[in-house]
Design a protein around this ligand. Structure first.
Ligand SMILES: Nc1ncnc2c1ncn2[C@@H]1O[C@H](COP(=O)(O)OP(=O)(O)O)[C@@H](O)[C@H]1O
Ligand SMILES: [Mg+2]
Length: 415
């Protein structure tokens, strides 16, 4: 599944907006409050149309347009402030499901909500009829908002789980604040079953491999039965260490949680693909503020690592970070979309100079959120200062409105 075009009418802060998405990675950039999260939510609503055809999901898991999504205007009439909703809110999408071109729309009104989504619903229902056929490949769908939490499981939640439906891979997939509970239960079950049956489980091994590939310095990821917790084995300056998940820094937990969740959903949706499940499963993954909690050096690698780990997934992400934006330069499989311009930004590398990041090491173990935030803020101020001095380009756009009005800082529309 993929989305090529998305069109909004009266959605949150947008009166009318059309956005093109690329097959692999689209990065939405813009100042705070320009509507990046709104666009990502609208893509979640469009993607949620696929879930309309899936039985046994709770209604709120399918992501409809809500009252909060309807655009309102505020004005003063006489001396009274007025808030008026602008009708009608619509999200329209064009895309492909298993290479079949399809377009569909969602509305707020309950009567019209699904009328323009009949085609996509019928495609999904036909897929579901063939769910026991190994040839049926289900796309993965996931949304990670800024409220994503990768916390430790309570002792009572550390269960194992018997056989489940393939469709469980869609549970809560569009909840931007979902946690990693399902992944942990799946991973623990798989590890114990593999040990007991003395067999290698292909899907478990590829999920493990996906985690290791995404995490710098990671050598292994396994469920430790003594700790009853996911354990990450790393090697720092040639010294091997095993660190329990809950002691990892926010950046590590955030990234492991996200990658593990995508990989586990793929393994649940398409277990018949075995060792190829991650390479062969298509899907749409939405990530708000992809740089959240990530060390700057890691920010520069994250897009490349995601694209290599999940070669058939379409990613749409938002970011403020110049490190993320810089990391796209020279790539032909990404689209950098400036929300304020309403157009793609040409990706050129020659005006960007490398940032002096190499001598900072990764914080692996959490050392207090305050200290990390302070460190990160200093780092960003420092590197921005370096960039400005070196005449770097577009990436500074994300650092606040004052830059917009200062021609010496932000040269031209397309640097
Ligand atoms: N229903 C709505 N109607 C009009 N404006 C809205 C609505 N909901 C949110 N907004 C406004 O949309 C703007 C964009 O918000 P958001 O998408 O969170 O921006 P970003 O993610 O770029 O920081 C905010 O200023 C917010 O007040
Ligand atoms: Mg936002």
């Amino acid at each position: 599944m993929r989305i090529d075009t998305i069109r909004l009418i009266n959605f949150r802060c947008w009166t009318e907006y059309t956005l093109l998405l690329t097959k692999r990675f689209t990065l939405l950039i813009g100042e705070n409050g320009t509507g990046k999260t709104a666009i990502l939510d609208s893509i979640a609503i469009a993607t949620g149309s696929f879930l309309l055809g899936i039985p046994n999901l709770r209604p709120n898991e399918k992501r409809h347009i809500t009252r909060d999504d309807e655009r309102y205007s505020t004005l003063i009439m006489g001396q009274t402030p007025i808030k008026e909703t602008q009708y009608q809110t619509m999200v329209r999408a064009e895309g492909h499901i298993n290479s079949i071109p399809v377009n569909w729309a969602r509305y707020k009104d309950i009567r019209t909500n699904q009328q323009d989504a009949k085609e996509i619903i019928s495609i999904v229902k036909n897929l579901i009829k063939e769910i026991t056929n190994p040839k049926t490949i289900l796309p993965a769908i996931a949304y990670y908002g800024t409220g994503r939490l990768w916390k430790q499981l309570k002792a009572t939640e550390k269960k194992t789980k018997g056989p489940t439906s393939r469709l469980d891979g869609y549970q809560d997939c569009l909840n931007p604040a979902s946690d990693q509970k399902r992944f942990f239960i799946w991973f623990k079950t798989q590890e114990i079953a593999a040990l007991q049956k003395k067999e290698q489980r292909h899907t478990l091994e590829v999920v493990r491999e996906a985690i290791i590939k995404m995490i710098p310095n990671a050598k292994n990821a396994f469920w430790d039965l003594d700790w009853d917790e996911l354990m990450i084995e790393t090697e720092i300056q040639d010294i091997p260490q095993q660190i329990p998940f809950h002691l990892l820094s926010d950046g590590y937990r955030n990234m492991i949680g996200m990658v593990a969740d995508i990989a586990y959903r793929m393994a649940t949706l398409n277990p018949q693909l075995e060792a190829d499940v991650i390479k062969q499963t298509e899907g749409i993954v939405l990530i708000d503020e992809i740089d959240l909690h990530l060390h700057p050096q890691w920010q520069r690698e994250v897009v490349d690592r995601l694209l290599k780990t999940f070669p058939k997934v379409q990613f749409v992400a938002t970011s403020h970070s110049p490190f993320i934006i810089q990391s796209l330069y020279g790539r032909d499989d990404v689209l950098l979309w400036d929300l304020e311009e309403g157009a793609p930004v040409p990706i050129e590398s020659e005006r960007l100079s490398p940032l002096p990041m190499s001598y900072f090491s990764f914080p692996i173990i959490s050392c207090g959120a305050g200290a990390v935030k302070l460190f990160r803020a200093c780092l960003i101020v420092f590197t921005t200062f370096c960039e400005i001095n070196q005449g770097a380009g577009r990436s500074r756009l994300t650092f606040g409105n004052p830059c917009h009005n200062n021609p010496t800082i932000l040269p031209g529309k397309h640097p």
